[in-house]
Design a protein around this ligand. Structure first.
Ligand SMILES: *Cc1c(COP(=O)(O)O)cnc(C)c1O
Length: 364
C-alpha cells in the first residue's frame, strides 16, 4: 500500500498510521486490511444525495501519518466513480504545502474493467502522478468466475523489496508477495483466456451492452413513477433506486416480495451520514439481457400492486405530542392508539393476510 518503506513499517514504529477512504458498510476488505495491519481508517462521511467520497473533505483529513488516500472507482452503493483527478490535484497542493508525500490508491474493483472501455478519456489511473497502485477484481467485470483479483503498482519502487519473497525450490526463481501461499492457477488461466479471447473490442462490446441494459432497466423503473434513481448513468452499470414514498411500504418489503418471482434484489441502508436512505440495487452483468431487464420491471410493477393492496406494515405518520400519540393517515386524524394497540392491530392484519394467501395462492 505504501511506497515509503519507512512509513509502511507500522508495527515496528508503532506510529498510528491512517488511511482515508469512504468505505461503506460493505467494504469488509478495507476493514480487514486496517485491522490486520494496525492501520487506522478515517472515513469521509456521506450525505444525502452525494454518495461518494468528497475529495475536499478527504484531503482535509490527511495528516503526517496518512499512508494513502483510497479512492473508489465504482461505489458499491450506487456505482458512481469518485473524482480521482480532483483528489490528485488537491493532494498535490497539500503535499507541496506540507512537504508530505501522501499517495493515492484506487480501488477499481468494478470500475477498472469498465472505465477503460466506456470512458477512455476519464483520468483516474496512472495518468495521475499520485496514483501509485490500483486493484481490480477479475471476477467482476473482468468476466472470470469467483476468486481472482489484481493489483498493479505504478513502478517497481512502489512495491517494497522486503515484501517480496523469493522461492527457488520449484526449479527457478519465483517472486511472491501474496498473503496466502499455494493457490490454484485456474483463475489466472481463465482471465488470460478472456483477455485474449475478447480483446479490447470484446470487452468494450460487453460493457456497452451492460450499459444499454442498465438504461432500459433504469427507464423502466422511472416510468413506474414510484422510484428515485440513486445511481448515475456514468459509472458501474447498475441501478440503485429507492421508493419515492416508503411510508406505508418500504424497500425491504419490495425486496422480500420480489423473491417470490425468483429475483434476489438486495435492499440496504446507506452508511453515515446518509443512513436514513434505503436503496434497492441491481448490478447489470454480462448475462443480464434486455428481456430480463423488461421482465424485472414487470415483476417490480406486480410487487408494487400487491403492496398497494396490502395494509401498511407500519401505521402512517406518528406524531408525538406530550403523552398521547396521534395517528394520521392521508392527513386525516384517525384515532389515538397506544403503541401496543397499534402493534396488535398490525399483527392481526398480517396474520389474516398470510393465512388467506396460503389458501388462495400457489405462487411461491
Ligand atoms: C468487490 C469490491 C471489493 C472487493 O474485491 P474482491 O475482488 O471481491 O475481493 C473491494 N472494493 C470495492 C469497491 C468492490 O466493489
Amino acid at each position: 500500500m505504501n511506497h515509503d518503506s519507512n512509513r509502511s513499517m507500522n508495527s515496528l514504529t508503532k506510529q498510528p498510521l491512517d488511511l482515508i477512504n469512504n468505505i461503506g458498510i460493505l467494504k469488509v476488505c478495507w476493514e480487514k486490511f486496517a485491522r490486520y495491519f494496525e492501520v487506522e481508517l478515517k472515513e469521509v462521511k456521506l450525505r444525502e444525495g452525494y454518495y461518494v467520497m468528497d475529495p475536499v473533505k478527504a484531503v482535509e483529513l490527511v495528516d503526517e501519518n496518512t499512508i494513502c488516500v483510497a479512492a473508489i472507482l465504482g461505489s458499491t452503493l450506487n456505482g458512481e466513480f469518485e473524482d480521482v483527478k480532483q483528489l490528485n490535484d488537491l493532494l498535490i497542493e497539500k503535499n507541496k504545502e506540507t512537504g508530505w508525500d501522501t499517495p493515492i490508491h484506487v480501488d477499481a474493483a468494478s470500475g477498472g474493467f469498465i472505465a477503460p472501455f466506456l470512458y477512455p478519456e476519464l483520468e483516474w489511473d496512472f495518468r495521475l502522478p499520485l496514483v501509485k497502485s490500483i486493484n481490480v477484481s477479475g471476477h467482476k467485470y473482468g468476466l472470470v468466475y469467483a476468486g481472482i483479483g489484481w493489483v498493479i503498482w505504478r513502478s517497481k519502487e512502489d512495491l517494497p523489496e522486503e515484501l517480496i519473497f523469493h522461492i527457488n525450490y520449484l526449479g527457478a526463481d519465483q517472486p511472491t508477495f501474496t498473503l496466502n501461499f499455494s493457490k490454484g492457477s485456474s483463475q489466472v488461466i481463465a482471465q488470460y483466456y478472456q483477455l485474449i479471447r475478447l480483446g479490447y473490442e470484446g470487452y468494450r462490446n460487453v460493457m456497452e451492452n451492460c450499459r444499454e441494459n442498465m438504461i432500459v432497466l433504469k427507464e423502466g423503473l422511472e416510468n413506474t413513477g414510484r422510484f428515485n434513481i440513486v445511481s448515475k448513468d456514468d459509472g458501474v452499470p447498475l441501478v440503485a433506486f429507492s421508493l419515492k414514498n416508503n411510508h406505508s411500504h418500504n424497500e425491504f418489503e419490495v425486496s422480500d416480495m420480489l423473491r417470490r418471482y425468483g429475483w434476489i434484489v438486495p435492499a440496504y441502508t446507506m452508511p453515515a451520514d446518509a443512513q436514513h436512505i434505503t436503496v434497492l440495487r441491481v448490478v447489470i452483468r454480462e448475462d443480464f439481457s434486455r428481456t430480463l431487464a423488461e421482465r424485472l420491471v414487470n415483476d417490480i410493477q406486480k410487487v408494487l400492486h400487491e403492496l398497494d393492496a396490502l395494509p401498511s406494515k407500519f401505521t402512517a405518520n406518528i406524531s408525538v405530542s406530550g403523552d398521547h400519540k396521534e395517528v394520521e393517515k392521508n392527513g386525516t386524524l384517525v384515532a389515538k392508539k397506544t403503541d401496543l394497540e397499534t402493534q396488535r392491530e398490525i399483527t392481526t392484519i398480517w396474520r389474516k393476510f398470510v393465512l388467506e394467501r396460503k389458501k388462495t395462492s400457489g405462487v411461491c
